[in-house]
Write a protein that binds this ligand. Structure first.
Ligand code: 26Y
Length: 811
């Protein structure tokens, strides 16, 4: 007998089959017999996109009709990953689609694996933007993302036979992108270079014209952002650079066709490639062009939308809130003022006031080398009118500082926006916005008492903290379907939109039968991960071993090197004491190094060398495996978190603004070993000290040690364990053909060690021994894992976005 539910389902399956076949036939003009897997993937994606289309149009109509206050999230990065699985889950069509495809002879999992990641970001900052879009749509907030449609996202990472990182171009658009819709009717002109001309009107008022510019067109591509089972579909609008028509025309007139086409290609490079956070962050012309290009197009688009409903700018900040994702889009501040003054005739005071009440700025880093600065020479030539405006903002702001702190010239210079020939974007962002926020409690405290101390003294009320979050739809429901089902079976499915409901799992931590099922699921996920490691690296991994994982961008402050030193220590112990009673571990690494970050790249090579040594030594490899997973990215991350047991969050305290991988691990039931840094502090507070392994210097202790004159050599002398590890690396056995290869890493530690690896090493190894001990009691370990999940509800990006909405955007 057919129930109503199964009846609906089978009609749904039939409709999906019909639409997939129809897209193969009519959109791709293929017959079923010659359709490739790629064709069926595309047809499935279009079929899902069609189901989003009505809701998308209805969402836009609703926002317009209600004349809502909108939030625009401006970001140079959106690290989306794959769209198909996410659309399926949010539409509630995962089961039906799997069935439809099976009946057509295809496997949904395999098709999903064909989709290239949309890797339009580097790491945490870009992924955060993607999680926030998901939460805004799920919370039915009128939020829109704006960014760049890079033709090439973050590079693909391969490893050569020496274990070195090799960068390969990412060609994610090559096969076509079924999720985007080009909107040629949303095309704006963006000006560069040229000069500013002043003229007086009949009433004697001065006007500024920006003339003799070279122009580029920005064309919109929209990607739907579906909310979870709620009919809301928001928009991510990405701009692609196109040459203006005049470009071609001029070439024809001058008869220099080839030169004209070359020039055209040149302008279109603006949206060609994503910048990795390189060396110094130092002023690269193309990067500044990218920033201004997308900001200018975005503001024109926002103003056009605003003006369809009204004639004055009086309530602009009541209808428009713009969140600046770090300073990368901060040129929006002078650009909005320019548009208001030069194109819409507003006065300075009113323009500045409107701009300041419109923008809010999120800071993501305290590393001095990552604080953006532009040379006034480049900035002034590329954007002459904006430079004038910035100088005027700076002049007035300096006066304000001196009014509050008379005679304090040193303070004035520290706080200046333009100092010498440098334009400091963070200072501009603070001055030109109503709110500045840090991304975790500790991070915001550090902003207030150190890097932005002067600003905090001037405007204490402008600072606030919003701890980062992650979307549980992608990072739990989609990534870990088996654990998700167990949780839903136990407490219902409300956690999918109200993550705090996970608290209801707490009593089950003491339920032996529940723990048993939990352990079974974990074992399955672990075995899957072990298989992936073997597939990707050739290293066999015992699926019963503890999966000990550090996945994140490669950076010295994140201290992957400390983890590698610990692996060498374990190796030496196992080699010399083969009957050592320690549990089996697989220590897994993954992460990209910026292409010019030589130290980070050498650390990757060292990790691989240690892996080769450990895995080839039978006395060690029974209990220890070390592997570096190439090409860490969103889709790979989704496969790693569910199988992980131990989350490595070991940055030097004070340096990791928040971290968000740390949250993904905890939510998937891995225990954390970490320092009191970034959001680890709040994870510890939430899960409880007994359920996390905290070690090492605290942020204030790091500073105190530095102030007192930190001497890394003394750490080396004082710790026999550390000495043995460093001496072993210095001996050259890890690179017999080039024995001095890793010497610079060791010398960097012995002579400078800015991230205090040596100071924390012994404490780290001891904490790892506690982990070994805790692992020995699998029942208690599982209890802790369940409590980690039950107490991770705070780390939902739904909570973060709600905090932005009430405290910053005032929605
Ligand atoms: C200037 C430039 C080239 C640049 C580009 C990207 C500089 C920095 C970045 C990326 C920064 C980033 O990803 N920061 C991370 O932001 C996360 C989200 O807030 C934090 O969780 C994480 O701690 C922080 O390192």
């Amino acid at each position: 007998m057919q129930t109503l539910e199964s009846g609906r389902r089978s009609t749904r399956v039939e409709a999906l089959k019909r639409d997939i076949e129809s897209h193969v036939r009519y959109t791709l003009a293929r017959d079923n017999a010659s359709a490739t897997e790629r064709d069926v993937y595309m047809a499935t994606a279009w079929t899902l996109r069609d189901r989003l289309a009505d809701r998308w149009a209805a969402t836009n109509a609703r926002y317009e009709h209600r004349d809502v206050k909108r939030v625009y999230y401006l970001s140079l990065e959106f690290l989306i990953g794959r769209a198909l699985g996410n659309a399926l889950i949010n539409l509630g069509l995962d089961g039906a689609t799997a069935e439809a495809l099976e009946e057509l002879g295809y496997n949904l999992e395999e098709l999903m694996d064909r989709e290239p990641d949309a890797g339009l970001g580097n790491g945490g900052l870009g992924r955060l933007a993607a999680c926030y879009l998901d939460s805004m749509a799920t919370l039915e907030l009128p939020g829109m993302g704006y960014g760049i449609r890079y033709e090439h996202g973050i590079f693909r990472q391969a490893l050569d036979d020496q274990g070195r990182q090799v960068e390969k171009p990412d060609n994610w658009l090559m096969d076509g992108n079924p999720w985007e819709i080009a909107r040629p009717d949303r095309t704006y002109k963006v000006k560069f270079w040229g000069r500013v001309q002043a003229h007086h009107d009949e009433e004697g008022r001065v006007h500024f014209d920006w003339v003799d510019t070279s122009d580029v067109l920005a064309m919109a591509y929209d990607t739907p952002v579906p909310g979870y089972c709620n009919n809301t579909v928001n928009t991510l609008r990405l701009w692609a650079a196109k040459a203006t028509e005049e470009f071609d025309l001029e070439g024809f007139i001058r008869g220099n066709y080839i030169a004209a086409v070359e020039a055209k290609t040149q302008t279109e490079t603006i949206s060609k490639v994503l910048y990795p956070p390189d060396d110094t962050g130092a002023g690269k012309e193309l990067r500044l062009k990218q920033q201004y290009f997308f900001v200018s197009a975005t503001l024109q688009d926002i103003i056009a939308r605003y003006l369809t409903e009204r004639k004055t700018f009086d309530d602009f900040p009541d209808k428009v809130q713009i969140q600046l994702n770090d300073t990368h889009p901060a040129v929006a501040i002078p650009e909005l003022m320019r548009l208001l003054m030069d194109d819409h005739g507003l006065e300075w005071d009113e323009s500045f006031d409107l701009a300041r009440r419109t923008f809010a700025y999120t800071n993501h880093t305290v590393l001095p080398e990552a604080l953006e600065q532009w040379g006034t020479d480049l900035f002034g030539r590329l954007l002459p009118r904006q430079m004038e405006i910035v100088r005027e903002i700076d002049k007035r702001f300096r006066a304000r500082v001196l009014e509050k702190f008379p005679g304090d010239a040193a303070r004035e210079e520290r706080m200046a926006i333009v100092s010498g020939n440098r334009l400091r974007m963070a200072n501009l962002a603070i001055v030109g916005s109503h709110t500045t926020n840090g991304v975790a409690a500790l991070h915001t405290e550090i902003l207030k008492d150190s890097i932005f101390k002067d600003f905090h003294e001037l405007w204490p009320d402008r600072f606030t903290s919003v701890t980062n979050g992650i979307t549980q739809r992608r990072w739990m429901l989609k990534a870990n379907p088996r654990l998700s089902s167990l949780i839903t079976e136990a407490i219902g499915d409300e956690w999918v939109t109200q993550l705090e409901r996970l608290r209801e799992l707490e009593p089950l931590a003491d339920d032996a039968a529940f723990r048993e099922r939990w352990m079974q699921i974990k074992a399955g996920n672990r075995a899957r991960l072990a298989g992936i490691v073997t597939d990707l690296t050739g290293t066999p991994v015992d699926p019963a071993s503890m999966m000990d994982v550090q996945i994140k961008r490669m950076h010295e402050y994140k201290r992957q090197l400390m983890n590698v030193l610990r692996c060498v220590d374990s190796f030496l112990m196992l080699r010399d004491t083969p009957d050592l009673d320690v549990p089996a571990r697989a220590v897994l690494f993954g992460g990209k190094a910026a292409p010019t970050y030589w130290t980070a790249k050498l650390i990757i090579q060292l990790t691989n060398a240690v892996g080769r040594l450990v895995n080839a030594e039978p006395k060690a490899s029974r209990l220890l495996r070390v592997a570096f997973l190439p090409d860490y990215r969103v889709s790979l991350a989704e496969k790693i978190f569910p199988g992980s047991d131990l989350s490595e969050q070991i940055s030097t305290a004070g340096y990791e603004a928040s971290g968000t991988g740390n949250m993904k691990f905890a939510l998937n039931g891995a225990l954390t070993i970490g320092t009191l840094d970034g959001a680890n502090v709040e994870i510890a507070e939430n899960v409880g000290d007994e359920n996390i392994f905290i070690f090492g210097l605290k942020a204030d202790e790091v500073e105190a040690r530095k102030a007192a004159g930190y001497n890394p050599r003394a750490e080396y002398e004082a710790s026999p364990r550390l000495r043995r590890v460093l001496d072993f690396i210095l001996s050259g056995v890890l690179s017999p053909e080039n024995p001095g290869l890793y010497r610079p890493l060791v010398e960097g530690l012995l002579f400078s060690d800015p991230y205090m690896v040596l100071a924390d090493f012994d404490a780290y190894v001891e904490a790892q021994e506690q982990v070994d001990f805790a692992w020995g009691d699998q029942q208690d370990w599982t209890r802790k894992a369940i409590l980690n999940v039950a107490r991770s509800g705070f780390f939902s990006s739904d909570r973060s976005v709600k905090e932005y909405a009430t405290r910053i955007w005032h929605l």
